[in-house]
Design a protein. Structure first.
Ligand code: ATP
Length: 235
């Protein structure tokens, strides 16, 4: 059984078929990349999975349970964490407090709040900055804070939307090591434009184009696909 399974997932905006009958399976413990040209429907698709955008047709199952109509906060409690854009960090609060808020919204019982925050911060290497005000952190550190907030939710599925955007080259290497360290406890669904990161990290790739699945497979299979090369990789 897939950890997370979508069948015929559909969301149109007026006449625009942003997501149009997508079947998708996320296996336990995998790093799965979602790629495709600008406007292909990637963010809309993960917004359907996380419940930020309502589904018009199709179904979503998490470990076999139908979650298609559950509100976003209920999906978080069931283990789907979508690390939102950096705006989800409260800039006036400390790093500790940002993560503490996430712990309280998550799946765990949070009996040991301090311990849970410390564990999430040490996972991303920010433990020394716990008392810093989040808004004073560098951009790269704010992205790590965002990841710590996602991990503090104790997710089964962690959805990362363009996590390397704006990171310096040196930071990208650390980020890849960090994502690798998360599996197999967590399954990672990664929207990523940096093909070097995708090909290096992903176990499997799904390619969207005009709201539909153009191809799926291992990095080698996707790279070799003539349809993908024509539509996307520009080879
Ligand atoms: N709330 C909305 N209302 C109307 N159209 C929308 C809405 N959200 C997305 N769209 C449109 O749906 C299409 C898919 O957008 P989406 O952001 O999902 O693509 P994407 O693959 O994530 O693109 P990018 O790589 O540029 O982030 C686009 O044409 C976009 O303009």
């Amino acid at each position: 059984m897939s950890l997370l399974e979508a069948r015929g997932l559909t969301r149109h905006f007026g006449g625009l078929r942003a997501v149009d009958g997508v079947d998708f399976d996320l296996a336990a413990g995998e790093i799965h990349a979602l790629i495709g040209p600008n406007g292909a429907g990637k963010t809309t698709f993960v917004s359907l999975l996380s419940g930020r955008v309502p589904v018009q047709a199709g179904s979503i199952r998490l470990v076999g349970e139908d979650i298609t109509r559950l509100p976003a906060h209920a999906r978080v409690r069931k283990g789907i964490a979508y690390t939102f854009q950096i705006t989800s960090v409260f800039p006036g609060l400390s790093v500790f407090d940002n993560v503490a808020l996430a712990v309280q919204g998550g799946r765990g019982s949070a009996r040991d709040l301090r311990g849970a925050v410390a564990a999430a911060l040490s996972r991303v290497g920010l433990e020394a900055m716990a008392s810093d005000i989040a808004g004073t952190l560098s951009y790269g550190h704010q992205r790590l804070l965002e990841l710590a907030m996602g991990l503090a939710l104790q997710p089964r599925v962690l959805i990362l939307d363009e996590p390397t955007q704006g990171l310096a080259a040196g930071e990208i290497g650390n980020f890849k090591d960090l994502v690798r360290s998360l599996v197999p406890e967590v399954a990672v669904l990664l929207i990523e434009h940096n093909m070097e990161v995708v090909m290096d990290l992903a176990h499997r790739i799904t390619v969207l184009n005009f709201g539909q699945v153009l191809a799926r497979g291992t990095p080698a299979e996707v790279r070799a696909s003539p349809a993908v090369q024509e539509a996307y990789l520009g080879a």
